[in-house]
Design a protein around this ligand. Structure first.
Ligand code: ZN
Length: 63
């Protein structure tokens, strides 16, 4: 499960719904999705390790 910061809830480590993993131009990984609590769009930087884990857990691959 991908977790990220929600600007609306002002909390980090909130579960991200419908997460989609993308790769940045620098080769890093980002997750995009919606806050599981309020539905606001959110994104999070991921390490390669966490990106691979998220993909294994069913996140959409977008790169
Ligand atoms: Zn939220």
């Amino acid at each position: 499960m991908v977790k990220g910061y929600c600007v609306k809830c002002k909390e980090k480590d909130i579960e991200m719904k419908d997460s989609e993993i993308t790769q940045t131009v620098r080769g890093g990984f980002m997750a995009k999705g919606t806050c599981s609590r309020c539905g606001t769009r959110m994104s999070a930087m991921l390490s390669k390790e966490n990106a691979e884990k998220a993909l294994e857990e069913g996140s959409k691959k977008s790169f």
